[in-house]
Design a protein around this ligand. Structure first.
Ligand code: GLV
Ligand code: MN
Ligand code: MN
Length: 422
């Protein structure tokens, strides 16, 4: 090992940029008393955050291009003009109750890695690029990892443009309104490799007392919307047996999902109903309609498929139990288990060793842009430990400045080694 190929970034500068970005879309969370972040994709806050970060990319000397899906790429040329870039990055859009780190660490860490290489006067053989992939969260337009999925060719540009938010606004319109409907092709030429640094968003690293996670892959994700059509009726006068109560059926979906998880028949299945709304949503009316989302996660593709089939069968029983009730479903997002590249994982593990950082291998519970880019090139991820059981999608989300800096030390060293240098 030479010290020239071991990169230690400026952790204070990285932290300052994380905190400055967190002020965009910041809100005071009444329930927790904490300051959170709300930067849903392609809102004014998201656009403002992106503009701030693009400014930092330009200050770091990166040539910025925006593609037709609004993906942003900042490029640092390499010594070999024909070589494909080593790509890093993540997302800046957030859920509505976010902290400062989910996605942002990967983008700002990539820029911090570039700043450090600039200061040390190191030229890599392959170019380096830092990407901002938007609507990773999928909470505004209903499909997660959307732009990286388009970049990798899994979702078409037309289908992505036509997606709507809950107010019926299309993604295509919001892209134009915010000025992020760039000219570059939405398809990404296969990079040489992709590495993404992200907070773990779970308790594994903290419980093991380990600083760095070398991510083996991402578990399968299944999102669907379930709409239950019942019949509005008077709460006081309608006999129980004459009701088609969509609210009752929605509650039965929720408890059935939990029973499926607890049964152990679906391996490590996780199930969440994160959105549940009844209509007309009034005290003295039997709900005429219920809308809910079902988020299933499973590392085993076969057991995931079985869980999906059994859920469909359960939904049919709801129609039998309450005559007059009907159920429709719509697939929102579906990805299989994605394994990451052994070679890139080895480079990450070696970089952690060389920095004297303990590491372990783990599968990602959350979805990430890396799982889409993995279809294009050798890909892997670095996880950074989180505090408070790694809680995330919550303003309490927190990783220490030291943990963030260590993750980006490993990222920078990995990028340099993958990109090659003199
Ligand atoms: C992304 O945050 C996900 O839902 O896994
Ligand atoms: Mn994320
Ligand atoms: Mn997230």
């Amino acid at each position: 090992m030479s010290t020239r190929d071991l990169i230690t970034v400026n952790g204070d500068r990285l932290w300052r940029s994380l905190m400055e970005l967190a002020e965009i879309g910041a809100y005071d969370d009444e329930r927790t008393g904490l300051r959170g972040v709300n930067r849903l994709a392609l809102t004014d806050a998201d656009a403002a955050g992106r503009r701030l970060v693009i400014g930092w990319m330009e200050q770091a000397g990166l040539a910025v291009r925006v593609d037709r899906m609004g993906n942003v790429y900042g490029r640092r040329e390499g010594g070999d003009p024909g070589a494909r870039p080593v790509l890093t990055g993540s997302h800046l859009d957030s859920v509505a109750t976010a902290g400062a780190f989910d996605g942002c660490l990967g983008v700002l860490g990539g820029i911090e890695a570039i700043r450090t290489l600039n200061e040390r006067g190191i030229t890599t053989r392959h170019p380096l690029e830092v990407a901002i992939f938007t609507e990773e969260e999928g909470v505004r337009f209903g499909t997660d990892m959307l732009r990286s999925a388009v970049a990798a060719g899994r979702v078409s540009l037309e289908d992505a443009y036509a997606l709507t938010d809950r107010d019926g606004v299309t993604l295509g319109a919001e892209l134009a309104r915010t000025g992020f409907d760039g000219p570059a092709s939405e398809r990404l030429d296969p990079p040489h490799a992709y590495v993404e640094c992200h907070i773990e968003q779970g308790p594994v690293l903290a419980n093991a007392g380990v600083e760095i996670g070398v991510v083996t892959g991402v578990q399968g994700i299944s999102w669907q919307e379930v709409v239950i059509h019942g019949r509005a009726a008077h709460a006081g006068t309608t006999p129980t047996e004459l009701r088609a109560d969509a609210g009752l059926a929605a509650a039965q979906v929720v408890t059935n999902l939990r029973a499926m998880v607890d049964s152990g028949s679906y391996g490590e299945l996780r199930a969440t109903v994160g959105h549940l709304a009844v209509h007309p949503d009034l005290t003295n009316i039997v709900p005429a309609r219920a809308e809910l989302t079902v988020d299933l996660r499973n590392p085993d593709d076969g057991l995931m498929a079985r869980a999906e089939e059994d859920l469909v069968a359960f939904l049919r029983t709801l129609e039998e139990r309450q005559p007059g009730l009907s159920v429709t479903t719509r697939r929102m997002a579906r990805t299989s288990h994605v394994p990451f590249d052994d070679g890139v994982r080895k480079v990450i593990a070696q970089a952690a060793d060389d920095h004297g950082l303990a590491h372990l291998s783990l599968l990602s519970g959350a979805g990430h842009d890396a799982q889409e880019i993995a279809a294009l090139c050798p890909t892997a991820m670095i996880f950074v430990r989180g505090e408070y059981d790694g809680i995330s999608h919550n303003p309490r989300e927190y990783s220490t400045p030291e943990a963030c800096a260590h993750g980006i030390d490993v990222l920078a060293t990995t990028l340099l080694r993958l990109a090659g240098h003199d």
